[in-house]
Design a binder for this molecule. Structure first.
Ligand SMILES: Cc1ncc(COP(=O)(O)O)c(C=O)c1O
Length: 469
């Protein structure tokens, strides 16, 4: 029984919170009141429709989307073939629980994915819903497969916000602040990114590799012996940590170290996978073989679906029942993912990524050589259509960061202000990391005209922020 004072307090909250939500403005306020902080707050409004590279808000605003819902709607919003496949599957079977029986889309999706694998040894799949769940599964599998407990993750890494994933996430303190103790036996090595190694932005990938490997060797000598490490987990292109591609030499060296010490290499392709970087999988750029690979986001173009793939010889070590989940590998999401695989091939998406990437990087490089604003651009980087501009940080923020030493008068919050201006000019765009990084993640089938429009908005936004100082 509720005490009457509590009852009165609750009903007054209920009265406040059930205020009319029927009009656009009121419904938006209702959301602000009833939804956790941090949700729906970047661009005020209610998103109603998505078509290709554009989204429309209920108040009629149409925005060019260079976020793709954080790298998800790779084929554009509501791709007709994907939506059709999902709708048809809805009328056949929606939920066929994965422990009970196979369903056809689950198996046909594996048929589609097998030929895309970065190495033919990757032949045993498990589908889940979110990227974090795939990472949880990969960590759990690695301990079970090796009988070891240790993990090495990368400084700046993002792998998700569930407990295991949070323990190997090192991009911002907010993701795990106040929630510990986290999973133990996690050790952090620097990513081959100049900031983390005290190197200048002009340093070469070979210098990054050498410095990062040196730190890893120290970690093996001073923190955990390699024969206690179950797995090293890495994003081949650091995502939330700043959109930084790992040099091939570093990834190859990791593979060699893993082979030497019996450590599993977990490659997290949740953000970088599924054609985003111009190959099916980003790790293909290096030719390195993962032992376990995780993927999600672009896989089903917005339907919740993630996957873990490994070698059958390894997954056969897992006891039945240790991997599972009520909604894991949903039939509608799998049907959508099959349509994505087909569309990537039929619509020559990899070819489009290649040409649009060249167009994008040409525009970003011309911004870098612009006499007025070039001095604020510390780096332009990425692969395919996973690209970023890093701006120099203002001198007062430099602290221990050698990268912007000597840079004078760089305005504060540059990236966030550029992002805000882009939004005002009708384009959705995101920043990322603790540095001044603007990330550019358009649809992989973006047209030449929309890419040109997006580049022009970014260019104008950078110029205006530079002028305002
Ligand atoms: C590399 C990487 N791994 C894992 C995740 C977590 O995925 P999810 O948000 O679907 O749980 C993300 C999300 O951004 C990611 O970028």
């Amino acid at each position: 029984m509720l005490r009457s004072t509590t009852k009165t307090a609750l009903s007054s909250v209920a009265r406040q919170s059930t205020r009319s939500a029927s009009t656009y403005g009121a419904l938006h306020d209702f959301g602000t009141h009833h939804v956790n902080k941090g949700v729906g707050r970047l661009v005020p409004g209610i998103m109603e429709k998505g078509e290709g590279s554009y989204v429309t808000y209920e108040d009629g605003r149409k925005m060019l989307d260079f976020t793709c819902g954080i790298g998800v709607t790779n084929l554009g919003h509501c791709h007709p073939k994907v939506s059709k496949a999902a709708a048809e599957q809805c009328m056949k079977i929606v939920h066929s629980q994965n422990s009970i029986s196979f369903h056809r889309p689950y198996l046909e999706l594996i048929e589609r994915l097998l030929p895309t694998m970065p190495d033919p040894s990757l032949d045993s799949f498990f589908f889940w819903n979110s990227g974090s769940e795939a990472v949880e599964g990969a960590l759990k599998m690695a301990r079970l497969m090796t009988g070891r407990k240790g993990f090495i993750c990368m400084q700046g890494a993002y792998h998700g916000r569930t407990y295991g994933a949070m323990a190997v996430t090192k991009s911002k303190t907010i993701y795990s602040e106040g929630t510990g103790p986290l999973m133990p036996m996690v050790y952090t090595a620097p990513y081959p990114y100049f900031h983390q190694l005290g190197l200048s932005p002009d340093s070469t990938p070979e210098e990054h590799t050498r410095a990062a490997l040196h730190q890893l060797q120290l970690l093996f000598k001073q923190q955990i012996r390699p024969d206690s490490v179950a797995a090293i987990i890495i994003e081949p292109l650091l995502g939330e940590g700043g959109y930084v591609p790992a040099p091939t030499s570093y990834l190859k060296a990791l593979r060699e170290l893993c082979d030497k010490h019996g450590i599993l290499l977990i490659v997290d392709e949740v953000q970088s996978g599924f054609a985003r970087t111009g190959k099916w999988w980003c790790i293909e750029h290096s030719g390195v073989r993962p032992d376990i690979m995780t993927f999600a986001k672009g896989l089903a173009n917005g339907f919740p679906l993630s996957g873990i793939v490994s070698r059958k010889e390894l997954t056969d070590k897992l006891k039945p029942g240790c991997m599972g989940g009520t909604y894991a590998g949903n039939a509608v999401s799998c049907a959508a993912a099959i349509a994505v695989c087909d569309a990537v091939k039929e619509e020559k998406i990899l070819e489009n990524v290649d040409v649009r990437s060249k167009q994008l990087f040409a525009a970003l490089e011309s911004l870098r050589s612009d006499p007025e604003v070039g001095k604020y651009l510390l780096d332009v980087r990425g692969q395919g259509l996973m690209a970023a501009i890093e701006f120099a940080r203002p001198p007062q923020d430099i602290d221990i960061d050698l990268a912007t030493e000597g840079v004078e008068g760089c305005p504060s919050n540059f990236a966030a202000r550029v992002g805000k201006k882009c939004i005002e000019k009708g384009m959705l765009i995101l920043t990322t990391s603790i540095y001044e990084v603007l990330r550019i993640i358009p649809a992989l089938n973006v047209s030449e005209a929309d890419m040109a429009k997006g580049c022009e908005i970014i260019t104008q936004a950078v110029k205006e922020v530079a002028k305002e100082g």
